[in-house]
Every structure is written in C-alpha cells, then in structure tokens.
Design a protein around this ligand. Structure first.
Ligand code: HEC
Length: 211
C-alpha cells in the first residue's frame, strides 16, 4: 500500500513537471545554479529587447536605423539574368549574362564543377549515363537531345538553382557564377557531340578530306 502512495506521488510530480509549464513564458531571469560571484554584474546585464523603446536615443527607438550611405555586405543581386536566369519580363534568358565572360577559364571551371556535381548522374559526356544508372537509379536527362540543345541557358540555370521534376536543386552547392560555368561546359559537351562540318577550321578540312 505504501508503494502505491509513493508511485502516485511520483506520477503527480512527473506530470506537473513535464506538462505543467508547457507553453508558459517566464519574464524573470532563470534560476542560476552557478552565479558569477566574482563579477556579479555579469549575471544580469542591461540590454534592449528587439523593437523596444529607449530613452537614450532622441527618436525613442532601441533599434537603430542604418546610417546614410551604408553598403550591404551581400550583393544586391538585382541582375535577373545573372542570378535568376530570367529576362526583365520574366522569360527564360537566352545566352550568358553580360557579367560572365565565356572563355577557356570559365569552361575549365565548369568542367571541374560538372565532374563533381553533375557527372555522377548525367555522365561525363552528358549522355545521361552516369554511374548511378548502373545501380538502377533514375533516368537522368541526356543533354544530347534537341530539347536540351535548345533549352535556354536561363532554364538550365534555374534547374541547377531549384531543381526540376525529379532532380534535386544544386543551388546550395554552386554559387551563381559556378552555375554559369557548368552551363558553359554543358554547351561545350553538346557541341562536342553535335559537330558540323563547318565547325572544322578551313586549314584542317583538307586533312579530313572535306572539301
Ligand atoms: C543525383 C542525380 C543528378 C545530379 C547529380 C544532377 N542531375 Fe540533373 N537530372 C537528374 C534527373 C533524374 C533528371 C530528370 C528529371 C526528370 O525528368 O524527372 C535531371 C534533369 C536535368 C535537366 C533537365 C530538366 C528538365 O526540365 O527536364 C537539366 C538541365 C539538368 N538535369 C542539369 C543538371 C546539372 C547542370 C547538374 C549539375 C549541377 C545536374 N543536373 C545534376 C539527376 C541529376
């Protein structure tokens, strides 16, 4: 019988301690197990809460407005083409943003990033036959179809940024500049599998027996 009372008392304490204070908010500082006795003033420091009022500043606000001429640490990102792959009227942008120089350096960077982030699925050639397909995983897009040859660069940018259909996004792994580098490399891969006679420079045509 005594144990029954003990158990009941224990259950009451447990219930109250687990459920009794749910949702309560406390305005006073929490109990301190080891208060700072050397610097007691460190225990409870004066502070303003967000959006509180202040008698110190003339405008009565604790939150201070930004000083005039302040410069954001983050880029403004108002270039739609560069950061969203879109034109001013919301269409998929074609071609590369003016701020991105399409040169050998960009393509080399794109090749490196592509090999890390895209090739496991889309394959080193961009033919959709990456290593994952050997494990029966999904059906990554083959970039050598007309759909992807003519897909606007901005839409590929958006696919990398946000993902598309069953493909996850890679926006957290590739900064915008690197996304454009990857796109440049995808274009190079496409070109490599779809070369035309006229892509051969005149002085090499003869070697290949082309008139
Ligand atoms: C984990 C595997 C995987 C990786 C890594 C991957 N993709 Fe994909 N991707 C897919 C799959 C699967 C599809 C087909 C989605 C569908 O049709 O449902 C696809 C589709 C696409 C498409 C076509 C989207 C559409 O609208 O049809 C593009 C473009 C693309 N990927 C680009 C890339 C680029 C660029 C990278 C590297 C940054 C990349 N993917 C990395 C799996 C992947």
């Amino acid at each position: 019988m005594r144990y029954a009372y003990f158990t009941l008392a224990f259950l009451v304490v447990l219930t109250v301690s687990v459920l009794g204070f749910r949702g309560s908010t406390f305005t006073r500082p929490p109990m301190m197990v080891f208060p700072d006795t050397f610097f007691p003033e460190m225990n409870h420091q004066a502070k303003y809460k967000p959006q509180a009022s202040s008698t110190f500043f003339a405008d009565g606000r604790a939150d201070r407005p930004l000083p005039a001429g302040v410069v954001s640490r983050n880029p403004l990102r108002d270039d739609d083409h560069l950061y969203r792959g879109k034109t001013a009227n919301g269409q998929w942008a074609k071609g590369f943003p003016a701020a991105v120089a399409v040169d050998a350096r960009l393509i080399a960077r794109g090749r490196e990033r592509y090999t890390i982030y895209c090739a496991p699925c889309h394959g080193a050639l961009g033919d959709g036959k990456g290593i994952v397909t050997q494990y029966n995983w999904g059906a990554p897009a083959n970039f050598h179809s007309d759909v992807f040859r003519s897909m606007p660069e901005g839409q590929i940018f958006d696919t990398i940024t946000n993902g598309a259909k069953t493909m996850f996004s890679y926006g957290d792994k590739l900064v915008p500049e690197d996304r454009w580098a990857v796109i440049a490399y995808v274009r190079a891969l496409q070109r490599a599998q779809n070369a035309r006679v006229n892509d051969v420079e005149a002085n090499h045509k003869q070697e290949l027996g082309i008139k």
